[in-house]
Design a protein. Structure first.
Length: 530
């Protein structure tokens, strides 16, 4: 069935006059959006026509993407500036963008985030929606990214010419936290937090003692399996080599260390840990998430893949690179009918923050739900006293990050069933392993975690592991009903990068670039091992 529909007052783009009824609501929305794109007219007629056509192109794309339910949640969109997206790292750079050169470099990074998100969204757009978008815009989906890139360049030129506009963008680039004030108000957070805090203290007392038990005294529920990164011929590095890569990769004018892809692979290989897993159950066998025939999250244990991404932290007024490693398990199995923590998919996220001398400054870890956030500072750091008496979870230091000799790796021991971290050590502890196996490092470039955000589906298309709200469907836990007063949406569910709130009592985010700068300071001692 066809519906005749024309967009009132929106000339310039080639929209089809005869379209399917499915697209009619989209066109109606576009007609309403025409006057509120947040992209005012420029001073010349030619520029005005270009920018207004670009505004309609962005509006059409956004409307179809949202209607299809394929919005990518990793970065935050800026209201009124559809060519820009931000994250906590770029928000932290806003005060440093104080010259036209720095502002241009900063805006370009906001543009890059939007380009990455849009490429994910367009790749995951179902075929019928791709056809509708092509009819609406007159641009084939394969050519749309380049046309949007050209539009982004035009908008950037316009906004750089208007200093007041840059200040507005800096304000809009600040990212909202992952805590719902409404949930906390309705859940009487200021009262219920005391019970949750006591539960947190009990968990620490029961679990963190494992970090103080000698390796030879630890018990195994099953067999010890050591998973090592597979060597792929990347350059073998030492601390000096790492330091050279970081120093040479600093991109001016914002001084951001941004290694080339080959160098990033070499760094990922150098700092990759050994995962020493107590494998007593099938759920303890790592692998990688996939999508089943219905497009829902499933698991493949035949391919053990650790996804690696680059992030950044501020420390002592310097930007330091971080390597983030994500290891996945098929589930956290149910121990009893009253188990509120069990559910589909589980994992360990291990992050190493690299100092300018090429050594690890600090490491930290969590599960992909944002739960069980632990800190492992090197010898050069000590924890700052808490700045406030407000009841909140501490930056929990489980143990010091041990030094390692050249050629050694950090060994992360992981418990059966719960997949809790139990200790961090050096290579000499893996001799107790019953089995040694290899895992693949996956460093997606240029779109981080592209292989999780664009996954093959049974019908030949693709879809994201994550919903438009950043959560992984089907991974919800029963604990969410108990912990919802803490303000975190679906506590316990697996979630996308940028969506990890890591404290139930208080506020803390895994991707906060000031996380370590606020919680630790240098002691002047030796750094952790190479």
């Amino acid at each position: 069935m066809l519906c005749d529909y024309r967009i009132p007052g929106i000339p310039g783009l080639k929209f089809s006059a005869a379209i399917t009824c499915r697209a009619a609501p989209i066109l109606l929305t576009l007609s309403l959006l025409g006057a509120c794109t947040g992209l005012p007219r420029s001073s010349t007629g030619e520029d005005d026509a270009l920018l207004q056509s670009c505004a309609r192109l962005y509006s059409a794309t956004d409307t179809v993407v949202d209607a299809a339910g394929v919005r990518d949640a990793e970065a935050s969109r800026l209201q009124g500036y559809p060519y820009l997206r931000s994250n906590r790292f770029l928000a932290s750079l806003a005060p440093h963008a104080d010259t036209i050169e720095k502002q241009a470099a900063w805006l370009q990074r906001l543009i890059t985030l939007d380009q990455q998100g849009r490429r994910v969204e367009l790749a995951n757009l179902p075929e019928p929606d791709r056809h509708e978008l092509a009819k609406l815009t007159g641009v084939d989906a394969s050519r749309l990214p380049k046309q949007l890139d050209a539009c982004a360049a035009a908008f950037m030129t316009r906004d750089l010419d208007r200093p007041g506009r840059i200040q507005i963008i800096k304000s809009l680039a600040q990212v909202r936290d992952e805590y719902s004030l409404v949930q906390r108000l309705l859940g009487l957070y200021w009262i219920t937090r005391y019970g949750v805090y006591q539960g947190y203290q009990q968990w620490k007392a029961e679990h963190l003692q494992s970090f103080r038990v000698a390796h030879e005294d630890k018990q195994w529920q099953g067999r010890a399996v050591a998973w090592h990164p597979v060597e792929r011929g990347a350059e073998q590095l030492d601390a000096a080599g790492v330091a050279r890569i970081i120093a040479s990769s600093r991109r001016m004018p914002l001084d951001i260390p941004e290694p080339a892809h080959d160098d990033l692979i070499a760094l990922a290989q150098h700092f990759a840990p050994v995962f020493l897993i107590d494998e007593a159950l099938p759920a303890d066998r790592p692998g990688m998430p996939v999508l089943d025939d219905r497009g829902q999250p499933s698991f493949d244990s035949s391919r053990v893949t650790v996804h690696v991404r680059l992030s950044y932290a501020w420390f002592d007024n310097t930007l330091l690179p971080q390597l983030v490693y994500a290891l996945w398990f098929p589930e956290r199995p149910e121990r009893s009918a009253l188990d509120i923590l069990s559910g589909k998919l589980d994992g360990i996220i291990w992050r190493v923050t690299i100092d300018n001398d090429g050594t690890p400054l600090i490491a930290d870890s969590m599960h992909p739900c944002g739960c069980y956030h632990l800190f492992f500072p090197g010898a050069a750091l000590e924890q700052k006293p808490r700045a406030s008496a407000e009841l909140a979870e501490d930056n929990e230091v489980a143990q010091r990050l041990p030094g390692r000799l050249p050629g050694q790796r950090h060994v992360i021991r992981i418990a059966s069933l719960s997949h809790y971290l139990e200790s961090i050590s050096a290579d000499d502890t893996v001799d107790i392993a019953h089995d040694h196996r290899g895992y693949e490092l996956r460093v997606d470039h240029p779109v981080p975690d592209h292989s999780l955000r664009v996954m093959a589906t049974a019908d030949g298309g693709s879809a994201s592991l994550y919903r438009p709200d950043g959560l992984v469907p089907g991974t919800q836990r029963r604990e969410r009903w108990l912990l919802w007063p803490m303000g975190i949406k679906s506590a316990g569910a697996m979630r996308q990068w940028g969506k990890h709130a890591t404290a139930f009592v208080g506020r803390r985010h895994f991707d906060d670039p000031y996380l370590f700068d606020k919680g630790f300071l240098r002691t002047g001692g030796d750094t952790a091992g190479r």
